[in-house]
Ligand binder design. Sequence first.
Ligand SMILES: [Cu+2]
Length: 544
Amino acid sequence: MRYLFIFILLALLLSWCHGARVVHNWDIGYVMVNRDGYNLRRAIGVNGKLPVPPVYITVGDTLVINVVNSLDAPTTIHAHGLLQNGTSYMDGAGMVTQCGIPPGTNFTYEHYVHQAGTFWLHGHFNHQNVDGLRTPLIVYDKDLSALPMQYDEDVLMFMEEWYPVEFHTRMDELLNPTTTFPPPASFPFGLINGFNGNETKPICFTPRKKYRLRVVNMASTEWFKFSLPGHILNIIEADGIILQPLAVDGLDIGPGQRYSVVVQAHNSDEFNYIYNATLYANFVPLLPGLNPRYYQGLIEYKRGAPVKTIAADSDKKMVWAEDTSLRAFDMQPALKVDRTIRLVAGSRRYKGNMPLAVLDKVPYRPPLTPTLFTALSMGHLALDEAIYGPQTEAHVIRHGQVIEIDMHNPTAIDHAMHLHGHTFQITELGPSGNSSIARLDPAPVKHFSGWPIKRDTVVVAAFHYVKLRFVADNPGVWLFHCHMDVHFALGLAVTFVEAPDVLQRTQSVPKDMIQMCLRQGIKASGNGAGNKGFDLSGLPPVPS
Ligand SMILES: [Cu+2]
């Protein structure tokens, strides 16, 4: 009996140390849905459902996702914000870290989750996320006392935009040289917690309690402005990174970004309140009812209680969360740079009036062999950027170096840049380019003194630059791309091949991932064209 007791105690202790194994079975397939109240359309759901139910785990758990692909195209799932240190092949970036999961087959993702915070899971093959394949991933802390602010309850608010047509239809439209701007399907609807913005269920508050609101923007193109008049939003997290608390009136959230705010409920339930979630884009024309779209929901203290009327402040008078005013809670000083990589975003017209985008020299295009497999199979040649093919825009970085991305955006469109495999410090931002807009709004160069914010997705405003720093301590192959899927599809991406020499010694691709490629006639080794040495024959020509 005593031994049994000790055994149970040990098992409990082990499960506490190693966490639970949380298994989700995802059958990914097409569904017919009307999400915006107007358009019945084909979309991509999980187990016949859309929205995909959010995933909740605790830090230390192993998240297992058994994917069955019931689509007629390959698919992958990326855990946005999880660093995958030691498991870069689980990053889910299609043709970067794996081949797509072929139709009619299955694959299991295993994530050993060491990071607490607010993340999301989404398709990363042919932009299937835009058609619905996305959901929040909430990783609860084990020990709340380590956080800068305490709270009683956790509340999730996830935002999406929703288009009347499928992503490939929008891309066809956009790539047609005769399409005028903005293309017809440029004004999406907003969804909150999976449902048409204004029809979302109220959020219930109990007087005197403290709430952690996790606000996730899973939109693929547009921004959400979130505010809760009559309440103060105390930011404590951005993109899975704990921050020094900062009180603001509103959040302006770019595609892919997340925030947690702690909100103190009022002492009485005399009134209910309204929250605002405004969907907007500053690169398509302002049109009443279409851009921006105003959504509101109820913070319900008591059913039927009157709604407190609060005079709306203008956006300019409100205090917004800005990277420049946020500081990392761990007080890590700005890293000392070993190497700067300068990247310049641009949109260009190519042969035949084809609109494409670049982040470095040429528009990104996936290789014929996943870049990670090239890095693992090419021996010492893996250190040579040329073997990955020109259109992967590969940048080989050395183990342990501090890399600075000096990212310039001299275009008229904001970009929401996401780095896989790392969070980065934002150490500087300022005006870039020579446009009339830059001259009208001569924002000063801001150097971040002390404890810069870290995050995994940064908005690089039109005609501005940012400097991002990270330690190359995660051997793997990591995309750096615009999270606005249209821009990504047009080529706004580069690949970081991080420490391929260390990678070759420490990681290998599981056999079933090799099989996944071979089953589709994709080579699982060789250079970016699946060939030996520097022979890149077979790659599509670089557009001119
Ligand atoms: Cu972009």
